[in-house]
Design a protein around this ligand. Structure first.
Ligand code: SF4
Length: 239
């Protein structure tokens, strides 16, 4: 198998309680694809793979991906080949590109702002796969309004659509997390016009990359240094 297969194994395979089996995450994040979207033919292809390599079961995850549980490890090579043929062999699981985004103003009449085009702009900003791997685990979630269907408040980087005098803007939060040590992300400052958000996210990521300790994931960095270094980087030292 090629290097792509090794990378796919590292990113997409989840542990299983039975030796010889694995749970497989099929990433529904790729450039140009709204986060979590799958066509009817892609769903049929995944269903056929679940029948062939699993137990006829697909699970849709909180992170807007699909899991095929109970896959025999001996079949992973064949499964990877089938996923590649279906255009579903991406390996974005857990990276900045593995965004959660609610439907936003394109589909939801409660929204303040468009989530999906913003997700696309951020993906393009981080278009280099090697750079995404260098950044490592980073949860970025986008909600189009305070109803928070994208769980922006529980993300390392949260983005919330707000209405500023009739114009869509986005507020950024840092340090949210889910789980036992759950925390609500903290607002870093005034909201941004949509065209300014990708640059602000890049500044935040660069601040982390410049200051992180070896092996320190993005999610732990604001816990250690607070959000002031991010605010200064994004808004200037006088913020
Ligand atoms: S967060 Fe708001 S805009 Fe997004 S789906 Fe929920 S209600 Fe709609």
């Amino acid at each position: 198998m090629d290097a792509g297969f090794d990378r796919w194994l590292r990113r997409n395979i989840k542990p299983h309680h039975t030796d010889g089996y694995a749970n497989l995450c099929v990433s529904l994040k790729s450039l140009g694809r709204p986060p979590g979207d799958a066509s009817a033919s892609e769903m049929e292809a995944m269903a056929a793979m679940a029948d062939r390599y699993g137990r006829g079961e697909l699970r849709v995850t909180y992170t807007q991906n699909v899991v095929i549980p109970h896959v025999r490890r001996a079949d992973l090579g064949a499964l990877y080949a089938d996923l590649r043929a279906a255009g579903l062999a991406g390996g974005e699981d857990g990276l900045i590109s593995d965004m959660i985004a609610c439907p936003g103003l394109d589909y939801c009449n409660l929204a303040n702002a468009r989530s999906l085009p913003l997700a696309d702009r951020i993906f393009r900003r981080f278009g280099d796969p090697e750079r995404r791997l260098e950044i490592g685990r980073l949860r970025l979630n986008i909600s189009g309004c305070i109803n928070a269907c994208g769980h922006h408040h529980a993300a390392d980087i949260g983005i919330l659509g707000v209405d500023k005098k009739g114009v869509e803007h986005f507020q950024i939060t840092l340090g949210g997390r889910a789980g036992e040590d759950g925390a609500i992300g903290r607002i870093i400052g005034p909201s941004f016009a949509k065209e300014d958000v990708p640059a602000a996210i890049e500044t935040i990521v660069d601040t982390y990359l410049a200051g992180r300790r070896t092996g320190e994931p993005f999610g732990d960095y604001p816990l250690r240094v607070g959000i002031t270094p991010f605010k200064e980087a994004v808004y200037g030292a006088a913020s």
